[in-house]
Design a protein around this ligand. Structure first.
Ligand code: AMP
Ligand code: ZN
Length: 479
């Protein structure tokens, strides 16, 4: 079956054909690390994580390379560092801010069930590649130096504006472009800019004598080149990045390498909104991932990663997503319903799952779930397929549901085994495990009297245990 993806570049859903099926390559613009990520930032991370999982399923785990950068050079980072550590040297303060924020980001998106990309390049470790690209652009006549800045001259590229589908005039009218004396055209954008003495700076390209630092767009051209090559398969990010960020990345990479494309497929997630407005730091209407995970500010509980993840996947990735506590509550009930279904009756109870983890991890996703995703990541259809499976009470359907949930990164093994699945138990998880272990030992020693005693004792406490030839493998709450 074919994977079809909507391509912002052609405005069409296209059959996805990798340049090299043995090396499928995807780049996604990552966070600027100066503060906790908000749940709007979590949307592209989750969306492209599902795509990454799907690509690995289709082409093989080792055949997909996913790169998501970390932007650790930016004016917002400098400002935050100076504010937070006024007594330190700026560079030292920046290091503290970016290291701390990167760790927070990782902890948060790990909790949301996202796999780590194969490479997470940091901008500051790719300054040489950026300088190299800038030199090439100046040499080829696409860029020029003005007052210690290097600017990309948009008028030199015939199809500048192709991704955003706007002409230069339209772009100029619509964008907040900075008119500056060193620019030939207000739309020309910065590749390199001078650093003030106390700001982070590196030796400049293009014969500029004073130290400087890169513009934002050149970072992604440099890091995708280094880790994926001049041309690759998929480039993703939020819809706000289409213009100017992605348009400018395309201009830089194509003109530096003289290639007809930078990435074959450009994918953009819609915005996460609160009451019809974009969630953003500047509007002050944002909720951080951390607040949802670790505080009870929204609703009357701390939310688990899979509840947040499912809430995010209920809406198609290209649609705007309205963020509400009611939606979190609904996902919470859905997940608990699935968990209860998977751990009730027959052999498929939690103790069995815990003892058969390896087998559980081999369960495959249902074909209906995969085929829904093949259609431009049709999340809601995939979730309907899960609901359908959850209505069937058979071992096969349970295996398919479990395999599908693992595949989607919802209700993972760890989440299944977490305390919550024991919340209905009349005794503690530790006590139950200890009693089961003691009983298995008694059975091994053929001490049937003891083994029966433990069974009866647990029954009296409200838990019915079940055996197979290997010992106690499952339990149920006595009804
Ligand atoms: P930023 O740190 O603002 O550059 O954003 C990092 C990523 O999050 C980019 O791919 C943005 O497009 C995306 N993003 C930021 N805000 C939102 C939002 N409210 N909804 C969806 N995606 C967002
Ligand atoms: Zn980028």
């Amino acid at each position: 079956m074919e994977l079809r993806l909507y391509n912002t570049l052609t405005k069409e859903k296209e059959v996805f054909q990798p340049l090299d099926p043995a090396r499928v390559r995807m780049y996604v613009c990552g966070p600027t690390v100066y503060d906790f990520a908000h749940i709007g930032n979590a949307r592209p991370v989750i969306v492209f994580d599902v795509l990454y999982r799907l690509l690995r399923h289709l082409y093989g785990e080792g055949k997909v390379k996913y790169v998501r950068n970390i932007t650790d050079v930016d004016d917002k980072i400098n400002a935050r560092a100076a504010e937070e550590y006024p007594k330190l040297l700026l560079n030292e303060a920046i290091r503290l801010v970016t290291e701390k924020t990167e760790k927070q980001f990782h902890d948060d998106v790990d909790a949301l069930g996202c796999l780590r990309p194969d490479v997470e390049p940091r901008a500051t470790e790719h300054i040489n590649e950026m300088r190299d690209l800038i030199e090439r652009l100046v040499k080829a006549g696409f860029a020029y130096v003005g007052e210690e800045h290097v600017l990309f001259e948009v008028g030199k590229m015939a199809d500048y504006g192709k991704l955003a589908r706007r002409s230069l005039d339209e772009m100029e009218a619509g964008a907040r472009v900075e008119v500056a004396p060193y620019k030939r055209n207000p739309m020309d954008f910065v590749l390199w800019k001078p650093s003030k003495p106390n700001e982070p700076g590196w030796p400049s390209p293009a014969g500029i004598k004073t130290p400087g630092r890169p513009g934002w767009h050149i970072e992604c051209s440099a890091m995708s080149w280094k880790h994926l090559g001049e041309t690759f398969d998929i480039h993703g990010g939020g819809i706000d990045l289409v213009f100017p960020h992605h348009e400018n990345e395309i201009a830089q990479s194509r003109c530096a390498f003289h290639t007809p494309i930078m990435a074959k497929t450009w994918m953009h997630n819609g915005f996460l909104q609160v009451e019809g407005e974009k969630m953003s730091k500047s509007l002050g209407n944002f909720v951080t991932i951390r607040e949802l995970l670790a505080t009870k500010k929204f609703g009357d509980r701390e939310w688990t990663g899979d509840v947040i993840r499912l809430s995010m996947l209920k809406t198609h990735y290209r649609q705007p997503l309205d963020w509400t506590v009611a939606a979190l509550n609904e996902s919470y009930s859905v997940i608990n319903g699935w968990r209860r279904h998977l751990t009730s009756g027959g052999d498929y109870t939690m103790a069995f799952i815990e003892q058969n983890r390896e087998q559980y991890e081999t369960f495959l996703p249902a074909q209906d779930v995969v085929s829904s995703l093949l259609d431009d990541l049709n999340f809601s259809q995939a979730i309907s397929a899960l609901h359908k499976l959850a209505r069937i009470d058979s071992v096969e359907a349970k295996q398919a549901l479990f395999g599908s949930l693992q595949f989607l990164g919802i209700l993972t093994f760890e989440e299944m085994a977490s305390e919550q699945s024991f919340e209905e138990l009349p005794i503690s998880k530790e006590m139950l495990k200890a009693r089961i272990a003691a009983r298995n030992l008694a059975r091994e020693n053929k001490d049937w009297k003891k083994s029966d005693e433990i069974r009866d004792e647990l029954k009296a406490m409200g838990v019915v245990i079940k055996d197979n030839k290997d010992g106690t493998t499952s339990w149920e709450i006595a009804r």
